[in-house]
Design a protein around this ligand. Structure first.
Ligand SMILES: [Zn+2]
Ligand SMILES: [Zn+2]
Length: 249
């Protein structure tokens, strides 16, 4: 599985950390996971053709994770009017309602719509992976995605320090894990650097990729602060970072 970090930041971040977005490619399947504002530009900067994307995964409906979905759909329509009927959007329970509300008054360009899927824990198959979603508790709808195939990894979306989620993610080798705030600013809806380390250790990860980094946590010693609580490898992601999981380059 090849991954490009398109957005490792938040709405508070400076331009080099765009709000959330991740490009996934396995074989001839291509997906975007979360689509914060600016991700459409990041897709273009990465040399990815919007019409080549077959799936969008949305972790939740906060704007830093989904604001570019409608611009993305329109840019695909402008390239190929039939394109969106070949897309699937995978998200939490409530995706269909959210989508209908969001696209009202868009007019005729969106008559050919993507397929909307809310797979939950039963999951779906994509690119030789079984992908399942589990509630994180960040909002009533928010989910994390777990990928089981050649290797097992997860994307946390936004999450509090959730015991049921950590138990559910056990067995994953790699995790793309939110790491919002420093230890001095812990809060209920997100992970601090300390909690991200404890989270990675509890799941039993080999390597953790930190993302969703707020400016106050974006210090040169971030990896060190997480590594106080986690014995595996710590990678502080950056926008445009290329990651290959499962096969060595
Ligand atoms: Zn959120
Ligand atoms: Zn967020």
């Amino acid at each position: 599985m090849d991954i490009i970090i398109l957005g490792s930041g938040t709405l508070s971040s400076l331009p080099w950390r765009n709000p959330s977005g991740y490009f996934l490619q396995n074989g001839n399947r291509r997906a975007i996971m979360d689509m914060g504002p600016g991700i459409l530009r990041r897709i273009s900067q990465a040399g990815i053709n919007v019409t080549d994307i077959d799936t969008v995964f949305l972790s939740h409906f906060h704007p830093d994770h989904c604001a570019d979905l409608i611009p993305f759909l329109l840019s695909r329509f402008l390239a190929d009017p039939d394109c969106n009927s070949r897309l699937q959007v995978v998200g939490p329970a409530g995706l269909s309602d959210w989508f209908e509300y969001t696209v009202r008054d868009q007019g005729r360009w969106l008559e050919r719509r993507p397929l909307l899927l809310e797979p939950g824990e039963s999951g779906l198959d994509w690119a030789e992976y079984r992908i399942r979603a589990f509630p994180t508790g960040h909002t009533s709808a928010a989910v994390a995605f777990r990928f089981d195939g050649e290797i097992s990894f997860f994307y946390s979306g936004d999450t509090p320090f959730s015991e049921p989620l950590m138990d559910w993610l056990k067995g994953c080798r790699y995790g793309i894990l939110e790491c919002s705030f420093p230890e001095t600013r812990e809060q209920a809806a997100h992970l601090s650097a300390r909690q991200a380390g404890l989270f990675a250790a509890r799941v039993g990860l080999e390597r953790v990729y930190l993302t969703h980094i707020y400016p106050e946590n974006d210090t040169i010693d971030l990896a060190l602060r997480v590594a106080r609580y986690f014995g595996g490898q710590v990678v502080v992601t950056e926008d445009h970072l290329f990651i290959r999981l499962g096969r060595e380059l």
